[in-house]
Ligand binder design. Structure first.
Ligand code: PLP
Length: 400
């Protein structure tokens, strides 16, 4: 008998982590690699948040907490949803988990039966289809392109819905494209969903605070109040507060689903780390002014990278509304020959070649279900971004 389950054999390792690992390998071998693969802010967690964690340790908050989160953190989450998003959730309608990733895993594992379909617009965050498939569901990938600003249209959504559709996974601002939907665009999708009462929406809003140029972020459930009972709103402290290592994510949604997610969590990881929960309370209830400074920094870097990439012949780059990624189209470079005589057959080869030749690590678009693109994270020091863009321009300039 096989040791490994079919479900785990279906699971593919994270392509983004693979790029980071290869870049680390080259760096360990003494090469001066600039990593633009990272999915986390390069800022440090603010001191008031660290201090809250240290105080929690000193107070002895080192024991099991309630499985779905401490009362203090759940209260902070409820207040956050109410004040920032205009969403009214009760204590039975919110849950805290070990990262947004666990929230999503729990939600899909608690609701998807074999054969259920989950609509995932591409380019997508790498984990969505993997988690759906692990749960036995069928990822129904709907492609979007740079021409549609990487946004799902109402027509494409309508065409993808079948009687078996359980979820639409909606991610705005998006990893990997940085695209963010306006309230009007969300309402147009909501109008389609209103005609299909069996479809739920998992709205992943983890990049909420990272939007630029006065873009107004609106929660999917707030844009579509009629759908409130069918939306799971997912968020977390990882990206907004530079807390990726602390592992705190949370969600608000229909009580039946949220209770089932808590039951599953109670039989797997139990409560998220007690100390990290105390830190997350400080993040959500403490000063927020530094977020504007971070946004400023990210926005300047985004402008720099978009400008430099656009100047490279063969690259088309959209200026995204949010997150800390750009997702340039590089299909015009596919098929070109390197100085060593190798033909770059696809974006995977292009990314590998850029790593070896320009010593710049980017993630190929294929990893996100979008051939002919690449993802560049600008959550890196400005000097390094400048250097990386110069190296890429030089290397690409040498292609035939
Ligand atoms: N959702 C999206 C779109 C992400 O990019 C990430 C992290 O990369 C997550 C969710 C999960 O973040 P975490 O588990 O750190 O909260």
């Amino acid at each position: 008998m096989e040791l490994l389950s079919q479900a785990v054999q279906r699971l593919r390792p994270s392509a983004t982590l693979a790029v980071t690992a290869r870049a680390a390998e080259l760096r360990a071998a003494g090469r001066d690699v600039i990593g633009l693969g990272a999915g986390e802010p390069d800022f440090d967690t603010p001191d008031h948040i660290k201090d809250a964690a240290i105080a929690a340790i000193r107070r002895g908050e080192t024991k099991y907490t309630k499985v779905d989160g401490t009362p203090a953190l759940k209260e902070a989450v409820i207040a956050k949803f109410r004040n920032e998003n205009g969403l009214a959730y009760g204590p039975d309608e919110v849950i805290v988990s070990t990262g947004g990733k666990q929230v999503i895993f729990n939600a899909l594992a608690a609701s998807v039966d074999p054969g259920d379909e989950v609509i995932i617009p591409a380019p997508y965050w790498v984990s969505y289809p993997e988690i759906v498939a692990f749960a036995g569901g069928v990822p129904k990938i709907v492609a979007t392109t740079i021409e549609d600003d990487f946004k799902l249209t109402p027509e494409a959504l309508e065409a993808a819905i079948t009687p078996k559709t359980k979820w639409l996974i909606f991610n705005s601002p998006s990893n990997p494209t940085g695209a963010a939907y306006t309230a009007e665009e969300m309402r147009a999708l909501g109008a389609v969903l209103a005609r299909h009462p069996h479809v739920y929406v998992l709205s992943d809003e983890i990049y909420e605070h990272l939007v630029y140029d006065d873009f107004a972020f609106v929660s999917f459930a707030a844009a579509n109040p009629d759908l409130f009972d069918r939306v799971l709103t997912v968020n977390g402290v990882s990206k907004a507060y530079a807390m990726t290592g602390w592992r705190i994510g949370y969600a608000g949604g229909p009580k039946t689903l949220v209770r089932a997610m808590a039951k599953l969590q109670g039989q797997s990881t139990s409560n998220p780390c007690s100390i990290a929960q105390a830190a997350a309370v400080a993040a959500l209830t403490g000063p927020q002014a530094f977020l504007a400074d971070w946004r400023q920094t990210f926005s300047a870097r985004r402008n720099l990278v978009v400008e430099r990439l656009t100047a490279i012949p063969g690259i088309t780059c959209r200026r995204p509304e949010g997150a800390f990624y750009v997702f340039p189209q590089v299909s015009a470079l596919i098929g070109r020959k390197t100085p060593a005589g190798e033909t770059l057959a696809d974006d995977l080869m292009l990314a590998r070649w850029l790593l070896e030749e320009a010593e710049v690590a980017v993630v190929p678009g294929t990893a996100f279900g979008a051939r002919g693109y690449m993802r560049i994270s600008y959550a890196t020091a400005t000097e390094l971004l400048e250097d990386a863009c110069r190296r890429m321009a030089e290397a690409i300039g040498g292609l035939q």
